[in-house]
Each structure stands twice: as structure tokens, then as C-alpha cells.
Ligand binder design. Structure first.
Ligand SMILES: Nc1ncnc2c1ncn2[C@@H]1O[C@H](COP(=O)(O)OP(=O)(O)OP(=O)(O)O)[C@@H](O)[C@H]1O
Ligand SMILES: [Mg+2]
Length: 504
């Protein structure tokens, strides 16, 4: 047996939390080995241990048949292990070449980099694995998929033969996922080994040679896609039957929570990026917004929230004309906002959960009486969120960055849905959450709709758009190019509309 990695009896405890317990995994050379499990199951912790970022309490790691002692990422890199982080760590104002060469290592003053040699080596890596990036491009000009390929090239440049990818597809649109999978196949055909973490069981079934399932910190099953199915995987993950969301449909009400009329908007450089947008959301309606990322979704959200003012036309959010009302006022009137980038816009990572409950709500009841913050209310309401949204945490007092990614997301969704807002802007609300938590979040969105909340659901997950939306608007290059009825549209038709093709 040709094993790239063997993990035995890995154990890691945090105060009040067993992050890894009795973890045993064998990973064969040249395999794509998937690791799946609920939010908080211990996947990222295990990868951090393997990469030398977290020290295990006990257990052994064997790399290529030799017992390894990994105390830092340097040790791990030295053993041919590379990690592609979910939150990319690239310098925006540097080129692809510079990013790959310098990477995230501190630049030592005396080191002179031989750029010519590095360039040749990188060009070779790019062409061998079909990575489709250009060394002289500025990283700030790159899309998400390309940035990810730069990260991959960076670890390959440092000699990695084992690649760890923690939820690499969470940030990608379907086309980019296909491209990534081609790259991964290319890598394994060249003898590299890949550890692939994902919540998307479809993907795991498509790409993995082997699947390890983790539950409550420990490994509970190892299967090959040919011998299992999605339902069984989900059951291994949660140790029981999958909850199914109630998908009740309702009749939207007359009253509108959003009215955008012929609105255009410019970006900071004065270029028009939203053109003649007409968009209404009724109370009690979920309007899906479909589109390939970067077609104006973020700008549209900023327009609705009053952060960007329309150049012409008008935007009325929960009854407030955004020409007069600012973000604070709009939020206070009853708008919940689940941002796409939870770590940057959704949480204070170094603050306890209960403080994060106040974030964005520091001027309204019950978090504040207008003058003073009500600590007690923040604490008890974050307790409620933890229960209702099944946020896995030992307590209210842990720092946000001690929560697993999916549990951070559940907390934000809970906070933004507090107090029955009139409207919710939900940008990728279930990105990075496991199937069970996805069902919980869907349930809450559907319940909010029943109560008369209007929801703008911005999602790259077509399945989610079809399941939840009353109508789907398609955004393409800054225009709404189509309105589709999810009951009569196929995913293929929606996919076409997203690329700007008119559906006959
Ligand atoms: N630095 C830390 N301090 C305290 N607890 C932590 C820390 N890092 C992780 N944990 C806890 O360890 C457990 C496992 O977390 P981990 O991030 O490994 O989960 P995960 O499987 O990657 O989940 P997700 O799918 O949500 O990313 C969680 O309960 C988490 O709260
Ligand atoms: Mg994780």
C-alpha cells in the first residue's frame, strides 16, 4: 500500500470542546481524498494540525511512510505539504509572479530572489497543470477562481506534493468548479495527492476517490463514491436522518419592501456599473437574484442599503428613499443583512459571541436604549440564537474566531433575522454550512416569508434559488436581464440566462 499520509489517534481539545478525538485516516498517494462532516466536526482543525498551525494533544502523523514531527508550517512545507486557505492570503497590489515567489513568508532583507528562474519554473507549473493564469497580471484584477489558482501555483512552487484544500469550491461558481476539478485531476495524474474538504455532497461524489466522514471530532466512516450515495453520506455525517425543510409556498402581499425604479449607479471611478435597474420585492416574498459573481450583485446590495446613491432613478428601501436615508437609518427601519464575506463584514473575530450580537444593532432596542448598550439583552439574545440556529459553541463568551466557519455563519444569520425585519438581504446565506444547518437556515427564511418579511436571496447555489424563490431575477453585466419563474424554469435555462443568453 502506497500511503501519502497516515494519521493515527489524533486528539485535540480546546477549553470545553473536543475538536479532534481518535482520528484515524489513511490517504493514498495520487488520490483525491475528501473529508466531510457537519459544521464543527473538526475538519479544519485536523488540517491545521497536519499543516503545523495547531499542535495536537496526541497522535501520530506519518508522511510517505515516515513518522513526521510537524511543529510549524515550515516543517509541513518541508515535508511536501501545501495548504490552500479558504480566505486567500494574496497581496492585492502585487503581481501573480510576486505573490507566488514571496508568498506569505516574511521577506528577509538579504534574500535576493532570482526572478528569471522563478518565472520559468512558475510558467512550467502553470502549463503542466493547465492553471490558466498570467504571471504578470496584478492580483487585484483577478477574479475568485483565478486567485485560487494563484494560491495553488504558490504551494506547488514551494514543492508541495500533498495539497490541502479546505472548502475550495465554496467561493466558486459552477463553471469555476468544473475548471478546478480539471486542475485537480491533472494534479493527481501527475502523482500529487489532494485532500479536499467540502459540504457539497454532489461534488464529493463526483471528484473523490475516497471519502472520510467526521462527526463530533472523530472519524466515523470511510467509503468510496461507488459504494455509497448522498443520503447515506448525510446520515453518516449527522448520525441520523436528515431534517427536511418545510417548503411551504405563500402568497406575497401587496405592500412592497423594496422599489427600485430605473436606477443607475456609478462606481468610485465614475464608470456606470448598474444600468436601468427595476426591481421590486413584496412583503412575504423571496426574490432570488441569480448571476455569475461580479455582475453587479455587490453594487446592487450597496444601492439598496443606501451605501451607494442612484445616479438616476430611485431606490426606496422599506419605505425610505435612499437619497435621504443612510445605512444606519435603513438598518434601524428593519433591514437584516447577511453579508457574503462573513469574516470581513459580518463578525468581530476577536470579540466574544455576545458582543457580536450587538454588531450593527448597537443603536436599537433591545440591544440599546439609544444611549447605553444592554449587555444582558445581548447575552440572552445570543443564547437564543445559539439554540434556534444550532450554533455549536461551548458558550456565549468564546471569541468568534474559535467557532468553525459554518457555525460563524449560523450565528450571523440568526442575528440578522432577529426582531422580524421587514426585509432581509441574504447574500450566500448557506455558503460553507453543512446540509443540516442549511435546512435550518432555509426553514428560518421560509418562516420569515410567512410572517411577511421580504427577502432578497443572492445565491450562487442554483438549488437554493430554485427551492426558496418565488421569482428569480437574473443579473448580467449590471442589468437585470430576466425574471424567471422557478416552477417552470430548468437549471439549464437559468444557467444560460446567467451568461446573458436570452431564453426563447
Ligand atoms: N482556536 C479555537 N479555540 C477554541 N475552539 C476551537 C478553536 N478552533 C476550533 N475550535 C472548535 O473545534 C471544533 C471543530 O472546529 P473546526 O473548525 O475544526 O470544524 P469544521 O469541521 O472545520 O467545521 P466547518 O464545516 O464549520 O468549517 C468546533 O467546535 C470549534 O468551535
Ligand atoms: Mg472548517
Amino acid at each position: 500500500m502506497n500511503l501519502a499520509i497516515e494519521l493515527k489517534g489524533i486528539e485535540k481539545n480546546y477549553p470545553g470542546v473536543v475538536a479532534n478525538h481518535d482520528v484515524d485516516i489513511q490517504i493514498h498517494k495520487g488520490d483525491i481524498h475528501a473529508i466531510i462532516g457537519e459544521n464543527g466536526a473538526g475538519k479544519s482543525t485536523l488540517m491545521k494540525i497536519l499543516y503545523g498551525m495547531v499542535k495536537p494533544d496526541s497522535g501520530s502523523i506519518t508522511i510517505n511512510g515516515e513518522l513526521a514531527s510537524i511543529k510549524s508550517p515550515q516543517d509541513s512545507i518541508g515535508l511536501g505539504i501545501g495548504m490552500v486557505h479558504q480566505h486567500f492570503m494574496l497581496a492585492d497590489n502585487a503581481t501573480v509572479l510576486e505573490n507566488i515567489v514571496l508568498g506569505s513568508e516574511p521577506i528577509k532583507a538579504k534574500v535576493v530572489v532570482d526572478y528569471a528562474a522563478a518565472r520559468a519554473k512558475i510558467e512550467k507549473i502553470i502549463s503542466t497543470y493547465g492553471l490558466d493564469i498570467h504571471v504578470d497580471d496584478l492580483v487585484s484584477d483577478l477574479g475568485v477562481g483565478e486567485r485560487q489558482r494563484v494560491e495553488i501555483a504558490k504551494v506547488l512552487f514551494r514543492g508541495a506534493e500533498i495539497l490541502i484544500l479546505d472548502e475550495p469550491t465554496a467561493v466558486l461558481v459552477p463553471q469555476e468548479v468544473d475548471d478546478l476539478f480539471k486542475n485537480l485531476k491533472e494534479l493527481t495524474q501527475n502523482g500529487l495527492t489532494i485532500i479536499f474538504i467540502s459540504h457539497k455532497l454532489d461534488e464529493v461524489m463526483t471528484i473523490a476517490d475516497n471519502i472520510t466522514v467526521m462527526r463530533h471530532g472523530t472519524t466515523v466512516a470511510e467509503v468510496k463514491p461507488a459504494n455509497t450515495n448522498k443520503k447515506q453520506l448525510a446520515e453518516y455525517m449527522i448520525g441520523g436522518e436528515l431534517p427536511s425543510p418545510r417548503l411551504a409556498s405563500t402568497k406575497p402581499r401587496e405592500e412592497k419592501v423594496l422599489e427600485v425604479k430605473d436606477a443607475t449607479a456609478k462606481d468610485r471611478t465614475g464608470r456606470e456599473i448598474l444600468h436601468g435597474i427595476n426591481l421590486d420585492i413584496h412583503a412575504g416574498e423571496i426574490l432570488g437574484l441569480a448571476g455569475v459573481e461580479g455582475n453587479g450583485q455587490s453594487e446592487l446590495i450597496e444601492l439598496i442599503m443606501g451605501l451607494v446613491k442612484p445616479d438616476s432613478g430611485s431606490v426606496v428601501t422599506v419605505g425610505l428613499d435612499t437619497k435621504e436615508a443612510d445605512l444606519r437609518k435603513i438598518r434601524d427601519e428593519g433591514v437584516g443583512y447577511i453579508p457574503q464575506d462573513r469574516q470581513r463584514d459580518g463578525l468581530l473575530m476577536a470579540a466574544p459571541l455576545w458582543e457580536n450580537r450587538i454588531l450593527g444593532h448597537q443603536e436599537t432596542a433591545p440591544m440599546s436604549n439609544g444611549m447605553w448598550i444592554n449587555k444582558g439583552a445581548a447575552k440572552s439574545d445570543s443564547e437564543r440564537i445559539i439554540k434556534e440556529f444550532d450554533v455549536r459553541t461551548p458558550s456565549n463568551d468564546v471569541l468568534a474566531n474559535a467557532l468553525s466557519g459554518g457555525n460563524q455563519q449560523k450565528f450571523i444569520v440568526g442575528r440578522e433575522m432577529s426582531g422580524d425585519p421587514k426585509m432581509i438581504i441574504a447574500a450566500q446565506p448557506t455558503r460553507g454550512v453543512d446540509v443540516g444547518a442549511q435546512a435550518i437556515i432555509w426553514d428560518h427564511l421560509i418562516e420569515a416569508r410567512l410572517k411577511g418579511t421580504g427577502v432578497l436571496l443572492v445565491s450562487a447555489d442554483l438549488d437554493e434559488l430554485f427551492k426558496l424563490s418565488d421569482r428569480i431575477a437574473v443579473i448580467f453585466r449590471g442589468s437585470i436581464v430576466d425574471y424567471l419563474d422557478p416552477r417552470t424554469t430548468t437549471p439549464e435555462q437559468l444557467g444560460l440566462a446567467m451568461t446573458g443568453e436570452k431564453i426563447a
